[in-house]
Design a protein around this ligand. Structure first.
Ligand code: UGA
Length: 432
């Protein structure tokens, strides 16, 4: 099939590249000329393991076309995916849909032959109805079907999530569109994934409900971690013990810093906004958002305790600063408020992250990037294990620090407290 992905951000690019790999011809469109030029030179603008290789393979086979020409790409395609950003509006919780509607208005001028128009961007329930209003003349002439097909890709695992999804959700009232989309997804559904058709509004809601539920699971375990810490219980055992009940499951029950990234914080807030618009109290999600905001402060304040409020001339090393491993994404990473706080306390902050230097810390005089673990840890006073990259999982701290006394604050509970104690290391975890 011929597909057009509008927007070559995370969702558009990963989905476009993966769709081309299962045999489709995919036009990836973006307004940003530099980005398209870079992509045409085989340069991938995002950090996603495995993406570059698949991109290059399909580009060579001419199944991937990167272009700024929206009209041509739409005209030549059967299915149009809207993959533009839906960030949070300034000073509000609501999702900013201006890019989605701009695309819809462009499509109104271009479409002359039947196309399926799909929102893959995360959009609040009833957005599809508004797109249909914009395209109402085309709809009346049966030239479009507007469908919701949310994505469930995790950064850092996006290729695997695309090829082996738990489910493909299609929201449409049109049997014609459903039939075509089922055949598009056939190579993926064959690999044991469920294909679930629902209403368009239903699909839009499933996306927010899923992200909000996962955020709830994380906040739930994070609050229990606070209690575990006070009662001398290991939260890892609680997650494991609970997870053995298949109704609960142990995934997304890892205690740690406040959840971050471009999705959970934004989508939980947008869902609250939708609740408000439809006069429905979403008290659980409200609590999750508050709990996560409080967590940023709580874990930062714990550093006061660990250092005995003695910040003077302390060297503090962050291992990992991104919101999760296998990504270079810093959006809503809990390292940002932590480093801001420690910078104010005039500590000397070093950080190493496998994905490189971060612009978020350029303006801080006391924050320095080191390009390897050993120099970042040498003679440091406190190591903060912020992101669970694989290369941080088997460290010999004494060899790295080369100093008698230093502290370790493991925000991801990577190490065993008893082994640390045995090795006479001063170790602090989360909820244990
Ligand atoms: C999330 C969802 O998992 C995807 O299904 C969804 O498609 C995506 O948002 C999206 O809406 O685009 P992502 O933000 O890439 O994916 O990352 P996650 O792996 O879900 O992690 C989010 C945050 O939760 C991270 O800060 C992570 O450290 C934290 N987390 C995750 C925990 O603290 N504990 C856990 O057990 C799991």
């Amino acid at each position: 099939m011929k597909l057009c992905m509008i927007g070559t951000g995370y969702v558009g690019l990963v989905s476009g590249v993966c769709f081309s790999d299962i045999g489709n011809v995919v036009y990836c469109v973006d307004k940003d000329k530099n980005k398209i030029e870079a992509l045409n030179n085989g340069k991938v603008p995002i950090y996603e393991p495995g993406l570059e290789e698949i991109l290059k393979r399909n580009y060579k086979k001419k199944r991937l076309i990167f272009t700024t020409n929206l009209k041509e790409a739409v005209t030549k395609s059967d299915i149009i995916f809207i993959c533009v950003g839906t960030p949070t509006k300034k000073n509000s919780n609501s999702a900013d849909l201006k890019h989605v509607y701009t695309v819809a208005k462009e499509l109104k001028k271009i479409i002359k032959k039947y196309k399926i128009v799909i929102t893959k961007s995360t959009v609040p329930v009833t957005t599809g109805d508004k797109i249909e209003n914009i395209l109402s003349k085309l709809k009346k002439k049966k030239l479009v079907d507007i469908v919701s097909n949310p994505e469930f890709l995790r950064e850092g695992e996006a290729i695997r999530d695309f090829i082996y999804p738990d489910r493909v959700i299609i929201g449409t009232e049109s049997n014609k569109a459903n039939k075509i989309l089922k055949s598009l997804y056939l190579p993926i559904i064959k690999k044991m994934s469920r294909y679930f058709r629902t209403s368009r509004r239903g699909a839009e809601m499933i996306k927010y409900a899923s992200n909000a539920f996962l955020a709830t699971k994380i906040s739930f375990i994070n609050e229990l971690a606070n209690l575990s810490e006070k009662t001398n219980v290991d939260i890892k055992d609680i997650s494991f013990g609970m997870g053995l009940d298949q109704r609960i499951g142990d995934r997304f029950l890892r205690a740690g810093p406040a959840y971050g990234g471009s999705c959970f914080p934004k989508d939980t807030r947008a869902l609250l906004d939708t609740g408000k618009k439809f006069k429905t109290d979403l008290s659980i999600i409200k609590t999750v958002v508050n709990s996560n905001n409080k967590r940023k402060i709580l874990l930062t304040k714990k550093i006061d305790k660990i250092l005995n409020n003695n910040f003077a001339n302390k060297i503090i090393t962050f291992l990992g600063v991104t919101f999760k491993p296998n990504t270079d994404d810093m959006r809503e990473a809990s390292s940002i408020p932590m480093i801001k706080y420690l910078n104010k306390k005039k500590c000397k902050i070093r950080y190493y992250d496998p994905s490189g230097k971060k612009k978020e810390f350029f303006n801080y005089k006391n924050v320095k990037y080191y390009n390897n673990i050993s120099s970042a840890c040498f003679k440091t006073d406190l190591i903060i294990l912020h992101t669970e990259w694989n290369e941080f999982k088997l460290l010999n701290f004494k060899k790295l620090v080369k100093k008698d006394s230093f502290l370790i604050y493991d925000l991801r509970n990577i190490y065993s407290p008893s082994k640390m104690k045995k090795n006479k290391l001063r170790y602090f975890g989360v909820g244990r």
